[in-house]
Every structure is written in structure tokens, then in C-alpha cells.
Design a binder for this molecule. Sequence first.
Ligand code: NAD
Length: 435
Amino acid sequence: MKISYIGTGYVGQVSATVSAHYGHDVILVDIDQEKVKSINQGKPTIFEKDLDEMLYDLVINKKKIHATLDTHQAVLDTEASFICVGTPDRGGMIDLSYIQNVSKSIGLALKEKDQFHLVIVKSTVVPGTTIKTVLPILEEFSGKKAGIDFGIAMNPEFLREGLAVSDNIDPDNIVIGTQDEKSKMMLKEIYSWADEKKFTTVNVTAAEAIKYAQNSFLAMKITFANEWANYCDFMGIDAKEVLDAIGADRRISPMFLRNGPGYGGSCFPKDVEAIVQSGQVNHSPFRILEEVIAVNNKQYLHLIDLAKSKVGSISRRKVGILGLSFKPDTDDIRESPALKIISYLVSQGCEIKAYCPQGIKMAKEWLADNRINDIKYAKSAEECVQDVEFVLIPTDWPEFRDILSKITVPTFVGHRSFVNPDDYENVYSLGYPKK
Ligand code: NAD
């Protein structure tokens, strides 16, 4: 099929690449000229394992993907369009302005189109958005009727950054939310390469809800692990022993059951906020998720408290920070606990030297936007831990393990599963009560 992906971020770039890998002809659309240029040179604008080679091959050799700034033409030239633009948080509420703008552009293009066209919302949107916001805009600007002249569908994305390509190639679940049979069949055709058992077919609003139920459950599971680790610290218990043991129970599972300095990223924080807000507005509050937000907002402070408990006052100290991205194997720094920690330490007059294998470029932009300019960036982990008084490791990039034995100053690790602190004289971890 000919398919357009509107919005060339983590979701658009990866889904479009995998779609082309399975044989579709793909157009990627963005309003950012630099992204469009880069894609047309076969270069991804994000860091994801395997994406470089695949995108280069599909753009340059196989000519299955091209990028453009022109949404209108992309809709005219394809049979289906995925909406993959951002749905960021604005003061605890979901910002639908990008979705609304794209819906309008698609609607105007549909007005000129005789053939049936399927519009699929892939962005994460609160239940009700596709039917109450996207559909009316499409109908208004196209002058056409959903279910007759064009189709509407919701197909949430479940990729994990860092594993986005493999998650897309071999997904656990493909959720297809539709209102009419033709749209359902078209969307199944787009995923015709997938095993039939992977499909969950529901209505549009249920598809929207599934995405929030999943993300909020995972955020809650991480927060549960974090609170247990905080408790274990006080009780003199190794949190890893407790979490590993309960994770071995198949009803619980070990996935997302590791403690750390809090969840971050572009999805969990904003999605939990958005569904809590939707619960409040719809008179069905999610009390448990309200607490998840409150606990997570403070979790990064536990790593700072651990450092204080060993080095005393942290005011005006020289600190090395290893890891800026919100988790390993990604360059994404959105809502990263590392940046909350840096902001706090800077407010205490600390001098920061930071290093991250992939996150420095984005972190620099974020810190500059937040008027935090006096950060030194090291070229390597080795350089980062020189001439500092202590080191914090909020993000557990596996390569940082190699340097631990060489660090001579106290070092504080966010994730207990990253390392056994007893293997090193100077290393301490959240969830591990080392004397
Ligand atoms: P992103 O911010 O990385 O990318 C969004 C892109 O949309 C940007 O390149 C932006 O320039 C572009 N854009 C904005 N307005 C546009 C317009 N009018 N026309 C064309 N392009 C436009 O976002 P993302 O991380 O890819 O997330 C996209 C959606 O998918 C969000 O709703 C997010 O919650 C959801 N999601 C993200 C992930 C993830 O891990 N990143 C996983 C699952 C779901």
C-alpha cells in the first residue's frame, strides 16, 4: 500500500521504516525542514538501534521512503495516513493542537480526493479524542462523511525507546480501533505481515483507553518498585532480593519491576497526568495514579539524599553525572530524572560535569531553555569522573559498569539492578543499605 506518516519523531520515523521494510511505499511528513532533509539523505534524526542501516537502505537503495513538508500532497498520493504528531503535556492536560492542525490539513486534502482514504490516529490521545475532536475536523474541512467517504481508525503505538525497531518488527500486540468494517480491513492489510494472533480489534475509544491503561499500569509498577526500594533502604533490606523474588511469580513478572530514580521519558509522565485529568473531568478519579505522580515527582531526591548521607552537605560541591537520557540506549532526555537532579544540584551551587553516550545534544538544549548554562560536558565517562568530589549515575547505561572500578570518589547509582555495590569500595545504590 501507499502510506503517509505525518509527524517524523520517534513514532513516525520508526513505524514508517518498519512499514517500508515490510513492503509498503511510504511518505514521511514533517513541518521541520531539517528532519525532512535528513530523512531524504537516509539519516535518522533520532538514535535507535538498527534504524540507521534500515532507513538508509529503504531511502537510498530501495527508494521505498521519502520525506516531504507537504501534508496535502502526501494525503493525495497515499491510501492511508497515520497521524504521529506529539501530544505533549500543558499544565497537566493533553495539548491537542498538533493533532487538530494535522486533522485540518488532512481534511482539506480529502476534499480533493475521490478515493476512500483511511486516517489513523497513532499518537496517544485521551479516550474520546478521535471521535470527538479528529473526526469532526476531518468532516468539516473535507465536506465528507466518515465511514462512507473516508475511514477513521485508532492504532496506538507501544514501542519502547531504545528497542523501538525490534518492538515494531515483532510487536506483542497490534491494537486496531475502528468504527467500520472497511477501515478495519484496510488497517489489517497494512499489518498483513503480522501474525493474526497479535491483533486486538476494538472500537476507536477502547483503543485509545488501552494505551493509557497500559502506560499507567507500567508507571505504577515502576513506582511500586521504587517505594519498596525506599522502604528497604530504611529497613536494611536489599531491594533487589525482594523485587527479584516477587518478579519470579508469573502473576507479577520481572518486567518494569526495578527500582530507580523515577520514571521519565516522553510518555509515562505526560500520559499518567493526562489520564488522571480525564478521570477527574469525567467524575471517575484515578486516586492510585494521582499518588503515582506524587511519588514519582519526588523519587529523584532519594538519590541526592543517598549522596548526602555519605558525603555530607552537597552545597557547592563538584559533581560528575553519568547518564542524561531518561534510560539507556536512547538520546531522549524528555522528563529525565538526570535533568531534575542537575537542576537541583545547580540550585545548591554545585559545579556539574556531565556525560551521556547519546543524550548530550538534547540535554544541552533543554538545560539552555531552562537557563542552566554552566554545565561542563565531558567527552567520555572517564573524563567525567576526573576532578569531581562524587559521582551520580541516574541512568544505567551498561557501559558505565566498566568504569566503576576506576572511580576513586564516592559514587551513587540510581538502579539497584545495575550493579552489586559490595563489589566496589566506593559505590552505593538506591535500594541497597550499604554501611
Ligand atoms: P516527537 O515529538 O518525537 O515527534 C513529533 C513530530 O511531529 C515532530 O517531528 C514535529 O515536528 C512533527 N509535527 C508537529 N506538527 C506537525 C504537523 N502539523 N505536520 C507534520 N508534522 C508535525 O513525538 P513522538 O515521541 O514520536 O510521539 C508522537 C506521539 O506518539 C505522541 O502522542 C506520543 O505520546 C506517542 N508515543 C510515543 C512513544 C515514544 O516512545 N516516543 C511511544 C508510544 C507512543
